[in-house]
Design a protein. Structure first.
Length: 336
């Protein structure tokens, strides 16, 4: 799959050259081949259940690994293994997330827990984590340590996300720390692995780790904004889902911190149980969409994405850094 790319290869990153696009597409094809092979089991049911959500992902994290590798010697078998392992970890987390959220759908596909039951969905998630660990074991002890730290952060972030902010802790800071762990950590590892296994200097690897973390936070902030701002299922879930689940995202936290008496009704709704209150969700969405908190959260989200881009300055201005900047801008362009 590593032959000369076609001149008209479809772009995976807007503005990227045909040559870079071709290399990234070839790398993604190798990742998909390995990914599908890893999902195979002697038991047909396990193979089926393991691959149930495989077609619903956008391969964002493997793409980032492959792009980061372009800062060094480019992709090889180690880079492809690392990219595949990252996607397996992400996929495993989706199985667990859907059980926790009692989700019925995952991007228009029946969720694994709805199809196979919670116990099987949890075990398939565990199995995918195991498959990822087997791949990373081939990459050396440092990669194993990084994966373990990433896994701990992902789980810690998810646990804290499922619990209210503790008394005496500043809510916005708590929320951002949760995002850094549950989303930023894995995307940071995706970028770090790409640079690391393409032979980049340690300072470049560290820049990519920090870039990936900021990118991940911006990515999640944008998704949270879309849950309020989108008029349809643009974000892959029904608008207002976070409100129904009592999740306090950045615009909600900003609105709750307001001292304006005119916000009393909105704050009452945001503090109430909206899980079975469709009218309340719609009213809260209407009020939030018109509230300055939404624009304030939007500005913050763009600032985080800009911080990710600014981290790339020491790496110069070239085709790869331009593509990395485009990726960072693209994750928040959805919430302009």
């Amino acid at each position: 799959m590593s032959g000369t790319p076609a001149a008209d290869a479809p772009s995976v990153i807007p503005g990227a050259s045909a040559e870079l696009t071709g290399r990234l597409l070839a790398g993604l094809a190798e990742v998909n081949t390995l990914f599908e092979g890893v999902l195979q089991s002697e038991d047909g049911f396990i193979t089926e259940a393991s691959g149930h959500l495989a077609g619903s992902g956008k391969r964002f994290r493997p793409l980032l690994t492959l792009l980061a590798a372009e800062l060094g010697t480019g992709r090889d078998d180690q880079v492809v293994k690392a990219a595949t392992a990252v996607e397996l970890i992400h996929m495993a987390s989706l199985y667990h997330d859907d059980v926790m959220d009692e989700a019925e759908l995952r991007r228009a596909v029946v969720s694994a827990n709805a199809r196979y039951g919670n116990s099987t969905a949890i075990l398939i998630g565990d199995l995918l984590f195991g498959r990822a660990s087997a791949l990373v074991a081939d990459l050396g002890p440092e990669a194993v340590r990084i994966q373990a730290d990433t896994f701990v952060r992902l789980c810690s972030g998810q646990i804290r996300d499922d619990r209210p902010c503790p008394d005496g802790v500043e809510p916005v800071g708590y929320y951002l720390d949760v995002l850094a762990d549950k989303t930023g950590g894995l995307i940071a590892t995706a970028a770090r692995y790409g640079a690391m296994f393409a032979g980049c200097e340690p300072h470049v690897v560290e820049i990519m780790r920090r870039y990936g973390e900021q990118l991940g936070i911006a990515f999640q902030l944008a998704d949270d904004l879309l849950d309020i701002a989108a008029e349809s299922e643009q974000s892959g879930k029904t608008p207002g889902t976070d409100l129904r689940e009592g999740v306090r995202t950045l615009p909600v936290l900003y609105a709750l911190a307001s001292s304006d008496p005119a916000d009393a009704r909105l704050q009452e709704l945001l503090r109430s149980d909206l899980s079975e209150d469709d009218a309340g969700v719609e009213e809260a969405l209407t009020l939030l969409r018109a509230h300055p908190a939404l624009e304030e959260a939007r500005r913050y989200t763009h600032a985080v994405a800009q911080e990710a881009q600014d981290l790339l300055t020491p790496l110069g201005d070239n085709e790869v850094t331009q593509a990395l900047r485009t990726v960072a801008a693209g994750v928040v362009d959805r919430v302009v």
